[in-house]
Design a protein around this ligand. Structure first.
Ligand code: FAD
Length: 402
């Protein structure tokens, strides 16, 4: 890979078989596959001063490896994704665990056997737990909706407790909503776990952290001779869509374009802005070995922030006498204020607006939107890698059919 800090004066898009907007997972995975399998020359434009998109990590002033855009835990059941990423990193055996700070008591989230006893006391909690096993079996997730559908006062009490103390205020903070505005179908799906497993992703067949961090993983992923990465480069200065054509540097571009940025921004938001939630991430370095017992502690009943992450607890980094934590304060995303658009707000009217932008680019045969921003949806890392691998397969098939 050649890594440029800016776009050179003599840059010519026509020198490349593919132009990629964004050096996160979506763009980087398609770039690597097409360079490696089809021998394509690829240029990646990245508006930030670094690769790795929202998975970017770096050492802070205290030397602690932190996830700059929020804690990222790798977990998947997809063997193809795991095989692909494992070419570029080794993994630690980190298993993610979350505790909720509920009125001063730390209890496992999702709500499980131990949480039940912490919430209702040892004796009653155990009795309720045994009753749950009798009704639903063990080692299963039961949504609140199913607890309420039993018409049993004990099960309804458990559902009410979880709704009030684990779900409600956390969700209000996260999405900036009043209780009435929260979609009941989301509440209905909140689970109680009947079992002792306190891992956050018990179903993941592969879970861990890249041993040297995500940025190192990306350095290897992009380390291929046919790939050039241009940092600090907003692609909109070079690329635009006009009718059914991509125009690059003033001329029609016939190569392939992978776009992983926000679709509305490509058109100057002329049909309206796609709304997002953002996060204010407040990092703090403390002169202590350990701040909290697990990687993430949620605050579902108090505080303005949703959760605290302690990075050493996730990365396994050993650094004596110092640790860095991060509090996440959700907030509305305002364009042009230096904020990051983190979570698409998947209301029907926003999705309808997205479809209008998608229809425009749908007319452009060589233009492919891919990833969380360009598809206006939430993707876990493994899901976006899977989707990018599928897109590369599609492109490879088209290439071999020519
Ligand atoms: C707070 C938070 C925590 C998360 N935690 C997890 C987790 O624990 N586990 C998990 O699996 N997933 C997690 N995710 C999801 C994960 O971040 C995404 O799956 C991943 O970032 C998607 O990759 P992407 O390439 O689609 O987008 P991004 O990583 O956002 O990459 C897109 C890139 O495009 C660039 N770009 C945009 N517009 C332009 C432009 N005009 N010109 C040039 N460049 C441009 C952006 O700067 C960015 O670098 C989390 C997400 C958030 C918000």
């Amino acid at each position: 890979m050649a890594l440029f800090q800016k776009l050179p004066e003599n840059f010519n898009p026509q020198d490349y078989d593919m132009l990629v907007v964004g050096a996160g997972y979506a763009g980087s995975v398609v770039a690597r596959r097409m360079a490696e399998e089809a021998g394509w020359r690829v240029a990646i434009f990245e508006s930030r001063p670094h690769i790795a998109g929202n998975a970017y990590d770096e050492k802070d002033e205290a030397g602690i490896l932190v996830h700059v855009y929020g804690p990222h835990i790798y977990h998947t059941t997809k063997a193809n994704v795991n095989d692909f990423l494992s070419r570029f990193t080794e993994w630690t055996d980190y298993q993610h665990r979350v505790l909720g700070e509920v009125h001063g008591t730390l209890m496992p989230v999702p709500f499980n056997h131990a949480s039940m006893k912490l919430a209702f006391g040892d004796e009653r909690g155990e009795a309720l737990y045994q009753k749950l096993i009798e009704r639903f079996g063990e080692n299963v997730k039961v949504p609140l909706m199913d607890l309420c559908a039993t018409d049993d006062a004990d099960f309804e009490e458990i559902a009410d407790y979880v709704y009030e103390n684990i779900f409600l205020y956390y969700t209000q903070k996260q999405w900036g909503k009043t209780p009435d505005e929260i979609d009941p179908s989301i509440t209905a799906r909140v689970p109680v776990f009947i079992g002792d497993d306190d891992r956050y992703f018990p179903g993941a067949t592969f879970q861990g952290m890249p041993a040297q961090g995500y940025t190192k993983l990306f350095e290897k992923l992009l380390d291929y001779e046919l790939i050039d990465v241009f940092l600090n480069t907003d692609a909109r200065k070079i690329l635009r869509v006009e009718g059914d054509q991509v125009i690059a540097d003033g001329k029609p571009y016939e190569g392939t374009v992978i776009y992983t940025g926000p679709l509305d921004e490509l058109f100057g938001c002329d049909l309206g802005e796609l709304p997002y939630r953002s996060l204010d991430m407040q990092f703090e370095t403390l002169p202590m070995e350990r701040f909290q017992p697990v990687g993430t502690v949620n605050y579902p009943t108090s505080e303005d922030f949703t959760r605290i992450t302690e990075f050493k607890n996730m990365t396994g980094q050993v650094k004596e006498g110092v640790t860095t934590i991060m509090r996440e304060y959700p907030m509305p995303y305002v364009r042009g204020e230096g904020m990051t658009p983190y979570y698409a707000i998947l209301e029907p009217e926003n999705q309808a607006l997205y479809q209008k932008y998608a229809e425009r680019v749908g007319q452009v045969a060589n233009f492919y939107p891919c990833g969380r921003l360009a598809e206006y949806r939430y993707y876990d890392m493994d899901a976006v890698v899977d989707s990018a691998l599928q897109l590369a397969e599609e492109l490879l098939e088209k290439t071999s059919a020519k």
